[in-house]
Design a protein around this ligand. Structure first.
Ligand code: GCU
Length: 486
């Protein structure tokens, strides 16, 4: 639709897209502004001087065709919903404006530190940053490159799932005032432990796809976000894995407000073209867009760089470089990947993927009782690791059609799925270096790979809840397990 625009001197304007899946070509009033590739991360184009007072129109040519050399590649187990899947904004800021900021608690927990970046012709203007509730207000003088760094002693109430405390932070430059709500916490690993605010924590989680409950399709409303997160809280989670791509900023902010730690990942999924430099550049671009968007979200504790990628030299080189890039962009969070490359040693599962050397936390996907073995065999499965690092069981589970009941040995019944959970939870209790879990998955989701007649009907049925909100037996088993898990 076309729109009018109030043109004023001394302003700059941008068109900001929250997400367009997959390739976008953006035209303003018939002129090509630019293109973007990647279906789940934000991008923008400057349109200063290109807008008219009346009847501006933006046209976006979107192509969600899957590409072998894309990120993700041709094959993925989720519906490739195409189009402008999140909101579009026309943003106007003063010529000299705040273009970026980072604010966090220092790793030693003693200081609040970060930087504010201003863009435009410096006029000696100062930047003011204040945290009213901490009675803190500082004045910053941007350097010639527009950057002003800060660090000051502070003892804020720390953000945690039990107490998801957020502080109002105000940043002002001239007439421009930005307000954000920031949580302060530390996250690190020590041997097999994950430490939140210096204390070992067990991540009681669940995987979530960006599939809308009830109407299905991509999540587009706050109500759908609150439904999904409400189910995760009802399950007893303190943590969620946003699979397999960055979800909306709103999802991340609401999870933070509700006290849910987050594993956020880019869709380097399955058989990506690891030998292709353009594919690597795409992965790095999406990683940077994800980190730049959510780097101030205390709830995000893990950046996931891959899911179930097959072993190869190219894959190791690609992911090692990606992990290094992630650390260069954000040295404060933990880097992880979901692996399914574990080998067998004397009847035990052995975590020996070379990527274990690269990540901070090792994610393991393992479908005992579903893709291998009988459910009852799972409680005896033992796990060993070459790495003295925390492990998260990033996927376990099985499928059932909600409402389908039958014998324990009847696949696709709720009873069979519940049995898969029963014995996997016993297995999990025997993994001494496990520090978290996100069973696959909160809710059934649409996938073109899943067309078992009368059962899947184009839905992956591993949800603890159907897409119509029907809770399956396994939901209550996991809920009970989390209630008793410290
Ligand atoms: C894989 C993969 C998921 C997929 C799931 C399944 O582990 O990570 O994206 O949906 O298994 O097979 O259901």
């Amino acid at each position: 639709k076309s729109f009018d625009f109030d043109i004023r001197e001394g302003q700059r304007s941008f068109v900001y897209f929250e997400a367009v899946n997959y390739e976008a070509k953006v035209y303003l009033n018939g002129e090509l502004l630019g293109a973007h590739e990647g279906g789940f991360t934000p991008f923008q184009f400057e349109v200063t001087g290109k807008l008219k007072t009346k009847d501006n129109f933006i046209v976006v040519k979107v192509d969600n065709k899957r590409k072998k050399d894309g990120i993700p590649t041709l094959n993925s187990d989720w519906w490739n919903y195409g189009g402008i899947t999140r909101s579009v904004h026309v943003i106007t800021v003063p010529d000299l404006h705040i273009s970026d900021y980072t604010i966090a608690l220092s790793k030693d927990g003693k200081n609040i530190e970060g930087q504010v970046v201003v863009d435009g012709k410096l006029t000696g203007d100062k930047v003011f940053l204040s945290i009213p509730e901490l009675k803190k207000s500082i004045e910053l003088q941007p350097e010639s490159n527009g950057v002003s760094r800060f660090s000051f002693k502070a003892k804020p109430e720390l953000w945690s799932p039990e107490q998801p405390k957020l502080y109002k932070v105000q940043i002002q430059l001239g007439t421009e005032k930005i307000t954000d709500h920031i949580g302060f916490r530390t996250i690190e690993t020590e041997g097999y432990d994950i430490l939140l605010n210096g204390k070992s924590v067990f991540l009681k989680g669940i995987c979530i796809h960006e599939e809308a409950p009830y109407k299905t399709g991509r999540v587009t409303s706050e109500e759908e976000i609150l439904t999904l997160l409400g189910w995760a809280k009802e399950l007893g989670c303190n943590y969620i894995r946003l699979a397999h791509y960055p979800h909306s900023e709103k999802m991340v902010k609401e999870a933070e407000r509700l006290g849910l730690m987050i594993w956020s990942e880019i869709p380097v999924y399955w058989t990506v073209s690891f030998g292709n430099e353009l594919t690597y550049a795409l992965a790095e671009q999406q990683l940077e867009e994800m980190i730049m968007r959510d780097k101030n979200r205390a709830a995000v504790v893990l950046w996931g760089i891959a899911n179930e990628t097959p072993l190869s030299e190219n894959r190791f080189t690609f992911l090692k470089k990606l992990a290094e890039k992630a650390r260069s962009l954000d040295s404060s969070r933990l880097i992880t990947a979901a692996l399914d490359t574990q080998s067998e040693k004397n009847g035990s599962k052995l975590i020996d993927d070379p990527l274990g050397d690269v990540v901070d936390v090792i994610g393991i996907n393992s479908y005992c009782g579903w893709y291998y073995g009988e459910p009852s065999s799972c409680s005896d499965v033992k796990w060993e690791s070459l790495y003295e690092k925390p492990m998260i069981m990033s996927e376990i589970g099985g499928g059932a059609l909600a409402g389908l009941h039958g014998e324990l040995n009847e696949r696709w019944t709720e009873e069979y799925m519940d049995d898969v959970y029963k014995y996997n939870l016993e297995m999990i209790d025997n993994i001494s270096f496990l520090r978290g879990m996100t069973p696959w998955i909160l809710m059934d989701f649409r996938s073109a790979r899943r067309h078992l007649k009368n059962i899947q009907k184009d839905f992956n049925r591993k949800g603890l809840i159907s897409e119509q909100g029907e809770k399956k037996k396994a939901f209550y088993r996991l809920q009970e397990y989390y209630k008793n898990k410290n």
